[in-house]
Structures are given as C-alpha cells and as structure tokens.
Design a protein around this ligand. Structure first.
Ligand SMILES: Cc1cc2nc3c(=O)[nH]c(=O)nc-3n(C[C@H](O)[C@H](O)[C@H](O)COP(=O)(O)OP(=O)(O)OC[C@H]3O[C@@H](n4cnc5c(N)ncnc54)[C@H](O)[C@@H]3O)c2cc1C
Length: 258
C-alpha cells in the first residue's frame, strides 16, 4: 500500500467536497472489505480516502410498504434488524464470516456490484430504490454489469428502500472459502407478481424472467433451467454446472419461503 490522505467528514456535502477537492484519485471508504484488499494488492491506489461511516447513514426503518436501510448499515445489523423482510435478514446473515459482516456495509456492496455478491440479488428481487446524494435509481437500472453501476463519479448511496414482499427467500450455493455466491437465487412474491433475481452465475446480477413468468402463471418450475450460454465458466465451476445450480437454488428458495 502506498501513502494516502484520510478524510473523516461529518456530512454528505463535506464528503463530496473532500472527494472533489482531492488532487489525484479519491475513493469513498465504507467497511473497507473490498477497497482495502484492493489497495493492499495495488489494484487500487487512491491518493485520498473519504470515510463515509461518520455521516449518520446507518439504521433501519419501515415507511409504509418499504424497508429503508442506510448505506453504511453493516451486514450484521441487517441480519438482526431487517425483521420486516426475513429473507433479506437471512441473506445478510450468510455473507462472508463474522468479521466481514461486522465491517461490510450495504452501500459498499451495492456500489461495488461484485458479480457474486448477495445484496444485488435482493435489491433486484425486492424492487429496491437506491437513493443517493443526487436523486435515486431503481434497482432495474442500477446494476449495469460486472463491477459497474449507474453511480456517477463521487455519487454517494445514502439509503436503500426495499419493497416489503408478501414472501421472499434467498438460497445460495456458496464458495467454500469466501462464501461469495457461486450461484444465489432470491425469489420474492409481491402483490403485483413474482420477481426472481440471480447472482453469481453470470457477469452481473440479472432477473430470471422465465422463472417469474412460470410463478406468475402458477406453472411448475421444477424443469426450469437457464441456458448456459451467457453464464460464467471459471476454475470453480463450468457454465453448465452454474446453469444447473440456478434450478437447484430456485427450488431451495421456493421451499423456504418466509
Ligand atoms: C473474505 C471476504 C468474504 C466476503 N464474502 C462475501 C459474501 O459471501 N457475499 C457478499 O455479498 N460479499 C462478500 N464480501 C464482500 C463484503 O460484503 C464487502 O464488505 C462489500 O462488498 C463491500 O462493502 P464495504 O462496506 O466493505 O465497502 P468498501 O470496501 O469500503 O467499498 C467498496 C466500494 O464501494 C464504494 N462505496 C462504499 N460505500 C459507498 C456508498 N455509500 N456510496 C458510493 N460508493 C460507495 C467504495 O468507494 C469502493 O469503491 C466478502 C469480503 C471478504 C473480504
């Protein structure tokens, strides 16, 4: 790691000002569980870090049919506090290990948009609204492929509003070391119909529209398998294996609907 400046602003406007005032590259720091390893391996070498954890962006509250979670809310707090959406609480409880859950944040995970991360699947299936210092994004528009989102440079996620479903559940086949999703499927039944999102299988999170159509029509999903063509193939699993896992995780998620 090389030397860098550290800013600890107390407001969102001070954070964006510190970012804009950096001579060179600035980066926001939340839980640091993606950014710091990237800096240690010199994949990222920012000149300044702007810490977001003092901005008052943590906490969970319900407002009507949405559960709002602050961007710097840690995974461990979502696991215990997102009681209005048990599927989301269970998802948070299954992220990484205790250390990761006690440092990592919802906003950091969504901003990073790792193709194997868990929260993006929940955000898509729970029709989330991602609020920032400049406005808001729907989850359908937010995720734009591997490590890419609709966030503009220096835009800060402030909070995320998840639509509270009638039922939802997440099933993941985890990588045995990191516990990232080899494949994860989040299913949610809303008054307006089902939403099904898949993470880990492809280059980015996506909605499984065939599964949504089958569930909305009340037809059997047992034979549903995704085409392997656009899925990831790497040292951990072939695209065909991931396609098979999608069907298995869909079945498991439906069997454990809360
Ligand atoms: C060993 C290990 C295991 C893990 N296992 C899992 C797992 O099973 N499932 C899973 O989903 N994840 C897993 N993770 C990732 C973990 O959840 C990270 O915490 C998360 O991806 C990033 O969140 P963070 O708060 O640490 O963000 P940081 O590392 O601080 O930041 C990540 C990126 O997001 C930006 N950023 C952060 N907050 C904001 C914001 N509010 N607005 C705009 N930009 C922002 C930063 O500038 C940076 O570019 C694992 C990580 C580790 C190290």
């Amino acid at each position: 790691m090389r030397d860098f400046a550290l800013h600890r602003p107390a407001s969102v406007s001070a954070a964006t000002a510190a970012f804009a005032g950096t001579d060179g590259e600035a980066a926001y720091l939340a839980g640091g569980h993606t950014l710091i390893p990237a800096m240690k391996s010199r994949l990222r070498m920012p000149d300044a870090l702007v810490d977001l954890t003092g901005l008052g962006l943590s906490g969970i509250s319900r407002d009507g049919d949405r559960l709002w979670i602050g961007a710097t809310t840690r995974h461990a707090d979502v696991a215990t506090g997102a009681t209005a959406i048990p599927g989301l609480a269970c998802l948070a409880a299954g992220i990484g290990d205790a250390q990761v859950r006690n440092r990592g944040t919802l906003g950091g995970s969504l901003a990073n948009n790792d193709p194997a991360a868990d929260y993006p699947a929940a955000a898509l299936a729970l029709d989330a609204v991602i609020e920032t210092d400049r406005g808001s994004h729907t989850a359908d528009d937010f995720f734009q492929g591997m490590f890419t989102t609709a966030l503009a440079e220096s835009e800060i996620i402030t909070r995320v509003g998840f639509a509270i479903p009638q039922q939802s559940s997440y099933a993941k086949f985890r990588h045995p070391a990191s516990r990232y999703a080899m494949v994860g499927v989040y299913v949610a039944r809303h008054a307006g119909g089902w939403r099904v999102a898949v993470t880990g299988a492809g280059p980015g999170v996506f909605r499984w529209t065939d599964a949504e159509a089958a569930l909305n029509a009340g037809t059997d999903t047992a034979g549903l398998v995704l085409a392997a063509d656009d899925l990831n193939s790497d040292i951990h699993a072939s695209a065909e294996y991931r396609a098979h896992l999608c069907g298995v995780m869909l079945k498991q998620a439906l069997a454990t609907l809360a």
